[in-house]
Design a protein around this ligand. Sequence first.
Ligand code: 5GP
Ligand code: ZN
Length: 120
Amino acid sequence: MSGDIHSCIFCRIVRGEIPSRKVYEDEHILAFHDINPASPVHFLMVPKRHLVNLLDADLSHQALLGHLFGSVGKLARQEGLGDGFRVIVNNGKSGGQEVYHLHVHVRGSPGGAVRETVAE
Ligand code: 5GP
Ligand code: ZN
């Protein structure tokens, strides 16, 4: 599994070792388009610092998580999802997580009224 920061795919994307289509970057977070989009707009938001998932998070991560989730709306609007969108965070094996670096999926259809299914 992509557990340590050397082999973790998203750490490698953060370091620029693997290319990505960037949506946004600041000191603490990076957002980039999902390589296999499940919606017309589908991007991922990750903390730059390696964190496995929300099972590994606690109140010591409050500022980072606040920064991450507090930036979702701005980026969703920037990508044309001002009418609404879906946020998904998969956690652990039973939660369908494939990449073990915390990430927020932001998915939607710009201007679209089509209701997507919740199932992954
Ligand atoms: P998970 O199932 O862990 O919540 O989702 C992992 C997501 O990462 C999947 O939607 C998958 O398409 C995406 N992904 C995996 N590897 C890469 C990659 O190298 N680049 C990008 N942009 N997305 C990736
Ligand atoms: Zn990582």
